[in-house]
Design a binder for this molecule. Sequence first.
Ligand code: PEP
Length: 251
Amino acid sequence: MKRRNIVAGNWKMNLTVAESRELAVAVLSEIGAGFSGCDVGVAPTFVALTETAKALDSSSLFLAAQNCHFENEGAYTGEISARMLLAAGCSYVIIGHSERRQLFGETDAIVNRKVAKALQDGLKVIFCVGETLDERESGITGDVVTRQVKGGLAGIDGIGDLVIAYEPVWAIGTGKTATSEQAQEVHALIRGTVAELYGAEAADGLRIQYGGSVKPSNAVELFAMPDIDGGLIGGASLNAADFAAIVKAAC
Ligand code: PEP
């Protein structure tokens, strides 16, 4: 049986607190609070988490953060910990997004510490991997993604609360989407790598989202692929009607 799809809207560094609340309300009214066919959530900025949590209250949408640190507290100016996110109402955190890797210097080792800490503290993790255009054109997509998966999961025992998001960097925010066949190929490779690490049963249960310019017009085809279990949605998640249409394609 195919896994339960999961769709998450990554709002990135967009929207004020009031705008985030408004979008959460609009998303709920578009998709309805009681849908049940898949898991759906949104990831606002840190300052908007609490108000967005209030807006989502009593709905079945989950709240996610876009990043977290690997320590509990202390002299880490500008950072936030998993326990703080839990207290703010988050059940998920996105870790290792390509923008964190490329713009903020996050290595596989840093991503690994964050994934381990978030899981240990009780957050579910959306762990992002994906190759750049250069890497794809050099024919090393498989090597890069396998290295990221193995590096990010090093020393982690259980993956029950883990979701992997495959996000080819060249498809993020560019309007270029991987074809469903290109995405499926890498999703299958990721599942194979996870099977090597954790066994076939765990790999079979792992949800792997696709991310990279998912839109209402391509969501159905992508989500129909056997190893694609929903999407991590950037730009289109800022529009309630578009996000709802993508959710509909997944549920
Ligand atoms: C993302 O940043 O996670 C993403 C997939 O963005 P977009 O949908 O805008 O390509």
